[in-house]
Design a protein. Structure first.
Length: 148
Protein backbone atom coordinates (compact mmCIF):
# COMPACT_ATOMS: atom_id res chain seq x y z
CA UNK A 1 0.00 0.00 0.00
CA UNK A 2 1.11 3.50 -0.78
CA UNK A 3 -0.33 6.68 0.71
CA UNK A 4 -0.55 9.70 -1.56
CA UNK A 5 -0.87 13.16 -0.04
CA UNK A 6 -1.75 16.39 -1.79
CA UNK A 7 -2.45 19.88 -0.54
CA UNK A 8 -3.03 23.31 -1.93
CA UNK A 9 -1.24 26.33 -0.43
CA UNK A 10 -3.41 26.08 2.71
CA UNK A 11 -2.05 22.68 3.67
CA UNK A 12 1.63 22.58 2.70
CA UNK A 13 2.98 22.47 6.24
CA UNK A 14 0.48 19.86 7.41
CA UNK A 15 1.16 17.74 4.31
CA UNK A 16 4.88 17.65 5.07
CA UNK A 17 4.28 16.91 8.75
CA UNK A 18 2.00 13.99 7.86
CA UNK A 19 4.52 12.61 5.39
CA UNK A 20 7.23 12.59 8.04
CA UNK A 21 4.85 11.09 10.62
CA UNK A 22 3.68 8.28 8.32
CA UNK A 23 7.18 7.47 7.11
CA UNK A 24 8.27 7.14 10.76
CA UNK A 25 5.75 4.26 10.91
CA UNK A 26 7.23 2.72 7.74
CA UNK A 27 4.42 3.67 5.37
CA UNK A 28 5.34 4.40 1.78
CA UNK A 29 4.28 7.99 1.17
CA UNK A 30 4.30 10.08 -1.98
CA UNK A 31 3.53 13.78 -2.07
CA UNK A 32 1.95 15.68 -4.90
CA UNK A 33 4.29 16.55 -7.76
CA UNK A 34 2.49 19.84 -8.42
CA UNK A 35 4.29 22.92 -7.16
CA UNK A 36 2.52 24.97 -4.52
CA UNK A 37 2.16 28.73 -4.65
CA UNK A 38 -0.24 31.38 -3.37
CA UNK A 39 -2.50 31.07 -6.41
CA UNK A 40 -2.57 27.28 -6.84
CA UNK A 41 -5.92 25.55 -7.38
CA UNK A 42 -7.15 22.68 -5.20
CA UNK A 43 -8.72 20.69 -8.10
CA UNK A 44 -5.26 20.15 -9.60
CA UNK A 45 -4.05 18.41 -6.44
CA UNK A 46 -7.28 16.46 -6.05
CA UNK A 47 -7.15 15.09 -9.60
CA UNK A 48 -3.47 14.12 -9.37
CA UNK A 49 -3.78 12.30 -6.05
CA UNK A 50 -7.11 10.66 -6.92
CA UNK A 51 -5.71 9.29 -10.19
CA UNK A 52 -2.76 7.78 -8.32
CA UNK A 53 -4.98 6.25 -5.64
CA UNK A 54 -7.27 4.79 -8.30
CA UNK A 55 -4.38 2.93 -9.97
CA UNK A 56 -4.24 0.24 -7.27
CA UNK A 57 -6.99 -0.86 -4.92
CA UNK A 58 -4.66 -0.87 -1.90
CA UNK A 59 -3.62 2.76 -2.29
CA UNK A 60 -5.02 5.44 0.00
CA UNK A 61 -4.98 9.21 -0.15
CA UNK A 62 -5.08 12.30 2.01
CA UNK A 63 -6.05 15.70 0.65
CA UNK A 64 -5.76 19.03 2.43
CA UNK A 65 -7.16 22.43 1.50
CA UNK A 66 -8.76 25.34 3.34
CA UNK A 67 -11.68 23.30 4.66
CA UNK A 68 -11.56 19.99 2.76
CA UNK A 69 -14.83 20.49 0.92
CA UNK A 70 -13.73 21.66 -2.52
CA UNK A 71 -10.84 19.24 -2.77
CA UNK A 72 -13.11 16.30 -1.85
CA UNK A 73 -15.68 17.31 -4.47
CA UNK A 74 -12.94 17.44 -7.12
CA UNK A 75 -11.43 14.07 -6.08
CA UNK A 76 -14.81 12.38 -6.37
CA UNK A 77 -14.88 13.21 -10.09
CA UNK A 78 -12.21 10.54 -10.65
CA UNK A 79 -13.58 7.05 -11.34
CA UNK A 80 -13.21 4.55 -8.47
CA UNK A 81 -12.59 7.26 -5.89
CA UNK A 82 -14.67 7.67 -2.78
CA UNK A 83 -13.30 10.72 -1.02
CA UNK A 84 -14.85 11.85 2.25
CA UNK A 85 -14.35 15.19 3.88
CA UNK A 86 -13.79 14.39 7.54
CA UNK A 87 -13.60 16.56 10.62
CA UNK A 88 -12.84 14.00 13.33
CA UNK A 89 -11.81 10.39 13.95
CA UNK A 90 -15.38 9.06 13.93
CA UNK A 91 -15.96 10.58 10.47
CA UNK A 92 -12.76 8.87 9.29
CA UNK A 93 -13.82 5.50 10.72
CA UNK A 94 -17.28 5.60 9.17
CA UNK A 95 -15.99 6.99 5.88
CA UNK A 96 -13.78 3.95 5.42
CA UNK A 97 -15.77 1.22 7.18
CA UNK A 98 -19.25 2.19 5.97
CA UNK A 99 -18.56 4.00 2.71
CA UNK A 100 -15.33 2.43 1.49
CA UNK A 101 -13.54 5.79 1.32
CA UNK A 102 -10.09 5.47 -0.19
CA UNK A 103 -9.26 9.15 0.29
CA UNK A 104 -9.98 11.50 3.17
CA UNK A 105 -9.93 15.27 2.94
CA UNK A 106 -9.74 17.92 5.60
CA UNK A 107 -8.51 21.41 6.27
CA UNK A 108 -8.14 23.89 9.06
CA UNK A 109 -7.02 21.37 11.68
CA UNK A 110 -3.90 20.97 13.75
CA UNK A 111 -1.21 18.35 13.20
CA UNK A 112 -2.32 16.62 16.43
CA UNK A 113 -5.92 16.40 15.19
CA UNK A 114 -4.74 15.23 11.76
CA UNK A 115 -2.63 12.44 13.28
CA UNK A 116 -5.64 11.07 15.16
CA UNK A 117 -7.85 11.20 12.07
CA UNK A 118 -5.21 9.61 9.83
CA UNK A 119 -4.42 6.87 12.36
CA UNK A 120 -8.07 5.89 12.56
CA UNK A 121 -8.47 6.00 8.79
CA UNK A 122 -5.46 3.74 8.24
CA UNK A 123 -6.38 1.29 11.00
CA UNK A 124 -10.04 0.95 10.01
CA UNK A 125 -10.87 -1.93 7.68
CA UNK A 126 -12.84 -1.53 4.49
CA UNK A 127 -16.49 -2.63 4.72
CA UNK A 128 -17.30 -6.28 5.20
CA UNK A 129 -21.02 -6.01 6.00
CA UNK A 130 -23.27 -6.84 3.07
CA UNK A 131 -25.37 -3.70 3.45
CA UNK A 132 -22.33 -1.43 3.12
CA UNK A 133 -20.90 -3.40 0.20
CA UNK A 134 -24.30 -3.29 -1.55
CA UNK A 135 -24.49 0.50 -1.19
CA UNK A 136 -20.95 1.05 -2.43
CA UNK A 137 -21.64 -1.21 -5.41
CA UNK A 138 -24.66 0.92 -6.30
CA UNK A 139 -22.43 4.01 -6.35
CA UNK A 140 -19.84 2.25 -8.50
CA UNK A 141 -22.51 0.96 -10.91
CA UNK A 142 -23.94 4.45 -11.31
CA UNK A 143 -20.47 5.83 -11.93
CA UNK A 144 -20.05 3.30 -14.75
CA UNK A 145 -23.35 4.28 -16.32
CA UNK A 146 -25.28 1.28 -15.10
CA UNK A 147 -28.68 1.85 -13.51
CA UNK A 148 -29.09 5.33 -14.97
Amino acid sequence: MKIFIGADHNGIILMKQLKEYLESMNFKVELTTIQNNDTDDYPDFAFEIAQKVAQEQENLGILICGNGIGISIAANKVRNIRCARVTNDEDARKAKNHNGANIIAFGGISFEEAKIIVDVFLQTPFPKEKRHIRRIQKIMDYELGKNK
